[in-house]
Design a protein around this ligand. Structure first.
Ligand code: B16
Ligand code: MG
Length: 223
């Protein structure tokens, strides 16, 4: 069978590493200082969502002036960046670097598609930046996930079409974005990823070949 999968795009938080806890601690500090109730459960709904949209959800409809919104986001980001200093290559989730190596060995192009404006710093601290042929982050497009724009932007950088790429995501907003863009999808973890073509617990529980085979099989059965 002619392999039609030519590239992989990975989300960052929840797929390559787990920065969700740092996002939680940083938002929590801001929320506590401002007397806003914010729980770990609330934080689960911020997965894959931009910083601005996260603040809107944190405020639960409470209106604030734009200059206050900007200063709160800056404060949260400063707290978050302090946590990022702890990141070393050991913070990559299990199996990630082997998976990336395996994928590039068989000639797949590899992209990153993260909503985070800190994605480059994180990927450099993980010492994984050399594994990526293209990095799309929170600065790349105007419309973030669940809009498909970011993944389409990365696909363009990889010189591939969406139907030649598999997107790995841990968040509903990310799976929706990838499906809207016409990508193949692998949903990872415990959040709401049931719409993905293939579902797995994490990267360590799949191999590059099992993912390709599963996608090729679905593709063959729908043509
Ligand atoms: P920043 P991903 C996302 O990363 C996080 O899941 C989300 O919680 C965060 O709000 C967003 O990045 C923006 O992050 O404030 O650093 O720009 O999952 O798309 O890699
Ligand atoms: Mg994510």
């Amino acid at each position: 069978m002619l392999q039609h999968t030519k590239g992989f795009i990975f989300d960052l938080d929840g797929v390559i590493t787990d920065t969700a806890e740092f996002h939680y601690l940083a938002w929590k500090q801001l929320a506590d200082e401002e007397g806003i109730l914010f729980t770990r459960e609330d934080n689960e709904h911020l997965r894959g969502i931009s910083r601005r949209e996260s603040l809107n959800r944190l405020l639960k409809g409470r209106p604030i002036d734009e200059y206050i919104a900007q200063s709160w986001m800056e404060r949260k980001n400063n707290y978050y960046k302090e946590y990022l200093k702890q990141i070393t290559p050991n913070f990559a989730l299990p199996g990630v670097s082997q998976f990336l190596e395996e994928a590039s060995k068989i000639g797949l192009k590899i992209g990153l598609g993260s909503a985070s404006k800190n994605a480059r710093e994180v990927i450099e601290r993980l010492q994984l930046h050399k594994a990526f042929d293209a990095i799309g982050d929170g600065f790349s497009v105007v419309n973030g996930k669940p809009a498909p724009d970011l993944f389409i932007w990365v696909a363009g950088r990889l010189n591939l079409s969406p139907h030649e790429i598999v997107v790995f995501e841990d968040a509903e907003a990310g799976i929706d974005a990838a499906l809207k863009g016409g990508f193949w999808t692998v949903g990872l973890g415990t959040a709401n990823v049931h719409k993905a073509h293939v579902i797995a617990a994490n990267i360590a529980s799949v191999s590059v070949q099992t993912v390709i085979d599963a996608i090729e099989q679905i593709n063959a059965s729908t043509h």
